[in-house]
Design a protein around this ligand. Structure first.
Ligand code: ATP
Length: 361
């Protein structure tokens, strides 16, 4: 009997190939009685067939599983009447219905990967952005007003509960990490615009309150505009950054660009009871089905999944499997023989998968 059920939604575009690649890695690293993969439908192409992006059966499997692994969803031109993309709705529905309030975006530069910041190979980058995932400006999605085609509004909403829990998540994470690369200090940087808007001043004030419970961790502040400069000029200063939803969305993609791009950047969306894991990139329909997509972001997301389940269920075999996957990715990238297309090489999805499976095996 497998101990853990994993709901698997392959999705659209490159979703199926990168998901299959990731399942191969998981099957190599975990014993056959450990993980039970439950593949379920969902995404833009499923919407075209059935009118549903997230069927009820898929939702129930996701809700009842120990974790959710997702490839990517979305197809060009598959939109709702208001112009918004259908594909995005898959993980947005899961995010809100399962209350996945913390979006974890590790920003780590692997040896062998070129960073646009690394002109002389001395830049080291290893920090984590925690994006508040359920409120902020995006809480208004679908709820804004367009009046007489003259005036449009969306409202930024933050709550004490929402800020407290994401701030606590960030501080707890900083407790487990080894501090910033620059000085070894455990540090949580609050990214906001407290100088301009009351909502952001409140965000900062609640983070300050939470910080009082974590005496060993430095609290630091950065305005959202200024942090875009600091992330480029002194990335090694950062350890954990916590940000309101929209700011977190923007700076986490900027961070990804500094370590090789979206094809290598994993993501986890976590709540108190559920976790959804997928690469930071979209469904890249332009390269779908050609065996050229990089599965690395999804494979690293699967490592986040194993670590999250390992911590939750106090199962060290899962933490160990997560470490082995990350070490295998690191080894393959450092060797430099198998280089994904988006990192400047020409390795196929199958070649990358094979190399990572050999390295963990
Ligand atoms: P979304 O809006 O759904 O997040 P997007 O429009 O920002 O997606 P992506 O689908 O993430 O765009 O991809 C942008 C481009 O980057 C793709 O067209 C593709 O060429 C490249 N790309 C994205 N992901 C990968 C990957 N895993 N491997 C290789 N190339 C990729």
């Amino acid at each position: 009997m497998a101990k853990y059920d994993i709901a698997v939604i392959e999705g659209d575009g490159i979703g199926p190939e990168i998901t299959q690649s990731t399942l191969s890695v998981l099957r190599t690293v975990c014993s056959s009685d450990c993980l039970n993969f439950l593949t379920v439908e969902g995404g833009a192409s499923h919407f075209q067939k059935s009118g549903e992006v997230l069927p009820q059966e898929t939702f129930e499997v996701c809700q009842q599983s120990h974790a959710i692994l997702h490839g990517a969803a979305g197809l060009p031109g598959v939109t709702y009447p208001d112009g918004t993309e259908v594909g995005n709705d898959l993980h947005l529905k899961l995010r809100f219905q399962l209350d996945l309030f913390a979006n974890v975006r590790p920003i780590k530069l692997y040896p062998g990967v070129h960073s646009p910041l690394n002109t002389d190979d001395t830049v080291a980058i290893d920090y984590v952005i925690i994006r508040e995932n359920t409120e902020g400006l995006y809480a208004s999605r679908g709820g804004g007003i367009v009046l007489r085609e003259e005036v449009a509004t969306d409202t930024l909403v933050v709550t004490r509960k929402g800020i407290e829990r994401v701030a606590r998540f960030a501080f707890d994470l900083a407790t487990k990490r080894n501090g910033a690369l620059r000085d070894g200090k455990r540090r949580v940087t609050v990214c906001d615009k407290a100088n301009i808007l009351r909502s952001y001043a409140f965000f900062r004030a609640v983070c300050d309150e939470v910080a009082k419970d974590y005496s060993g961790i430095e609290i630091d502040y950065a305005y959202a505009d200024a942090i875009t400069v600091h992330m480029i000029k002194r990335p090694d200063f950062y350890d954990v950054i916590v940000a309101e939803n929209m700011f977190g969305d923007i700076i986490s993609d900027l961070g990804a660009a500094t370590v090789g791009g979206m094809g290598i950047s994993p993501s986890a969306e976590l709540g108190d009871f559920h976790g959804l894991f997928q690469g930071a990139h979209g469904s890249a329909p332009d390269i779908a089905g050609q065996n050229v997509a990089s599965p690395i972001a999804t494979i690293l997301s699967a490592a986040l999944m194993l670590r999250w389940m390992g911590d939750r269920h106090m199962d060290n075999t899962l933490n160990d499997a997560a470490r082995r996957i990350e070490a295998a990715v690191e080894q393959v990238l450092a060797k430099g023989e198998i280089i994904p297309r988006d990192l400047g090489g020409n390795a196929t999805c199958s070649e990358i998968t094979g190399a990572i499976c050999s390295a963990v095996g």
